[in-house]
Each structure stands twice: as C-alpha cells, then as structure tokens.
Design a protein around this ligand. Structure first.
Ligand SMILES: [Zn+2]
Length: 193
C-alpha cells in the first residue's frame, strides 16, 4: 500500500524535518517553511521507509545506476540504490561544476535515475542530468523525497517525488516576515550551524 502525502508529512514532523520560521532559500526567495531532509536521515529506519516507498515507484524505469548531487542527495541516493539493487554514485562540485570524482565512472549507455532529497528549482538535479548525458548515458527519471515546486519543475524526464507541496515563498523585497523584523536564517549544508 502506497503511503499518502499526509503519512509522509507525518514522518517528517516526527523527525522535526519541517521547520517554521524565516528562511533564505537557495533561489534567493524567503519562506516561512523549510523542509530539512537531513533531519529525516538522522533516523535510518524512517529514511529506509521513505526511500523504499520511492524505490517502489522507480522500479519501472529499470535503471542501472542512481546518481545524486552532493551533499543533500548522498544518503538517499545510497538507500534508493540499495533498494533497487543498482549502483550508486554521487556528483560533487569542483570549481563550481558538477563532476564525478573518486573513480566513479558511468558506463556508456547506462540507464540512470538522478535523485535529490529536496527539489525547489531543481538546479543541482539539472546539472547532474547534463553530466549524465555528457557521459553518453540515458536519464530515465529524476526523483526526490520532497518536491517543493509542487510539480512545476521540468527536467524533461519523468520526475517522481514522494511529497509534493506548495511552499509559499516571497521575493526578498516583498517578504512580510522581513517587514516584521524577524532575522533570516539560511539553512543548507554550507551554512548549517
Ligand atoms: Zn524575509
């Protein structure tokens, strides 16, 4: 039985993965909500449960490899690949450009699923998709645990997310939370305190 959106959201709440406050998103917009997938991965049982759910959806694509952008996608990439019984690579930035290092080499013609924990604008996923194509491989799907674009992001390949949600965000100069004088917090791997 597939989990419902509400059941998945409840798992997030249990892991304190839904933050409320004043956040600067990667896109530069401000929001009162932030989905912190890193908090989900603190609990391996819950991570396994959600990644199993996602892997079940991704089985039909018959991929050979899962590739994820570092840092956010690494843990779930591993777990989704483990569930699908396929290989798992992660891409990382070298001088700002997504690259496969550490001896990770995609075999030409491989079928690849690109996974990321949270998608908002999908920038990193798009870069990894390009990297995979440049390696002569086929991207059969993209996937994430959370789709904050609520289905608006377009990767030109099938995109599957466990939890689709519309998170309200504002242009910085129109942000009502700024107007209340609430200090802003930038979550994410680089500035995580
Ligand atoms: Zn603001």
């Amino acid at each position: 039985m597939a989990m419902t959106n509400e059941e998945i959201l409840e798992v997030f709440r249990q892991t304190e993965g839904v933050l409320k406050g004043h956040f600067l998103l990667t896109s530069g917009r401000h929001s009162d909500t932030y989905m912190q997938c890193a908090k989900l991965f603190v609990d391996p049982q819950k991570s396994e449960m959600l990644c199993r759910e996602l892997a079940g959806i991704l089985k039909e694509f018959k991929a050979d490899v899962v590739v994820s952008p570092a840092v956010g996608g690494i843990i779930m990439g591993y777990e989704v690949a483990r569930q699908l019984k396929v290989k798992n690579f992660f891409a990382e930035r070298v001088d700002g450009k997504m690259t496969l290092r550490r001896g990770f080499a995609l075999e030409k013609g491989s079928k690849v699923i690109v996974v990321e924990d949270v998608v908002t604008t999908g920038g990193s996923v798009k870069e990894v998709i390009q990297l995979v194509k440049d390696a002569g491989c086929e991207v059969v799907a993209a996937a994430s645990i959370v789709d904050r674009s609520n289905g608006k992001v377009d990767f030109s390949v099938p995109f599957k997310a466990l939890l689709s949600m519309e998170v309200i965000s504002y242009e910085a100069d129109e942000c009502p939370i700024c107007k209340q004088g609430v200090p802003i917090y930038k979550p994410g791997s680089r500035n995580l305190k």
